[in-house]
Design a protein around this ligand. Structure first.
Ligand code: TTP
Length: 192
C-alpha cells in the first residue's frame, strides 16, 4: 500500500521520513480561509480533510493543518512581515494553543484526529520582534513562529506533543496509519 502526503510543508515530510516511512508527496492547494464563527478544532479538521480530498492517489492520502489559537482566535500563516510582527506582538508574554487536524483517507474510509499542545512565549521587545521577522522564519508558519527554529530562543514552555506544534502530531498520526494497515518501523523490526 502506498502513502501519499498531501502537503507542501517540508516539516511534515521530514517528520515522517525520519521514521523511515516511504511516502510520495503531492501538494494540496486548498482555500485555508476561516469561516465566521468557526471553532479552531472544526477549522483544522475541515482544512485537513479538504487537503486530503484534493489529492487523488491510490492507497492512503494523509494531510494536516496547523493553527495557532490565542483566546479562541485562529492565527494562520502571516500574509506579510507586518502581519507576522502583529501576530508576535499578540502572542508576546502569553500562553496559547497550537492545534493540528490530521486526516487519513483511503480504502473507502476516512479517519480524523485533532491534537492540541500549549505553548508559552516570553515577553518580546519590539527589537526582538523586528530581528525575528527579518530572519524570514515566520513567513510560512502558523502564528508567525517556528518552535524548531530560532524562535526556540523565545519559547518558555511547551506542554503536549512537540511534533504537533511543528505541524504533524507523530504519535497520533502513526496510530491512524497503523489502523490503515501500515506497518510501523518497530513492527517491521519485530517481524525481522
Ligand atoms: C507553530 C508552528 C507552526 N509551524 C508550521 C507547520 C505548518 O507547516 C505551518 C502551518 O501551515 P499549514 O497550513 O498547516 O501547512 P503548510 O501550508 O505549511 O503545508 P500544507 O498545507 O501544504 O501541508 O506552520 C512550524 O513549523 N513550527 C511551529 O512552531
Amino acid at each position: 500500500m502506498t502513502l501519499t502526503l498531501a502537503s507542501q510543508s517540508p516539516r511534515r515530510r521530514e517528520l515522517l521520513a525520519r521514521l523511515g516511512l516511504a511516502l510520495d508527496v503531492r501538494p494540496a492547494d486548498v482555500d485555508e480561509g476561516t469561516r465566521p464563527g468557526e471553532e479552531a478544532r472544526a477549522y483544522v479538521l475541515r482544512v485537513a480533510e479538504a487537503k486530503a480530498r484534493a489529492v487523488d492517489a491510490p492507497g492512503v492520502v494523509l494531510a494536516a493543518d496547523t493553527a495557532v489559537v490565542l483566546d479562541g482566535r485562529i492565527l494562520g500563516k502571516p500574509r506579510d512581515d507586518a502581519e507576522a510582527a502583529a501576530m508576535l506582538r499578540a502572542l508576546s508574554g502569553r500562553a496559547h494553543e497550537v492545534m493540528t487536524g490530521v486526516c487519513a483517507r483511503g480504502a473507502g474510509r476516512q479517519e480524523l484526529v485533532a491534537v492540541t499542545s500549549a505553548v508559552e512565549l516570553a515577553a518580546l521587545s519590539e527589537r526582538q520582534i523586528a530581528w525575528y521577522v527579518a530572519t524570514g522564519e515566520p513567513r510560512d508558519k502558523a502564528g508567525a513562529y517556528a518552535v524548531q527554529g530560532v524562535a526556540s530562543a523565545f519559547v518558555t514552555a511547551v506542554r503536549g506533543s512537540v511534533s504537533n506544534v511543528i505541524g504533524l502530531p507523530l504519535a497520533e498520526t502513526l496510530e491512524l496509519l497503523r489502523g490503515f494497515g501500515f506497518p510501523l518501523p518497530w513492527d517491521r523490526e519485530a517481524a525481522g
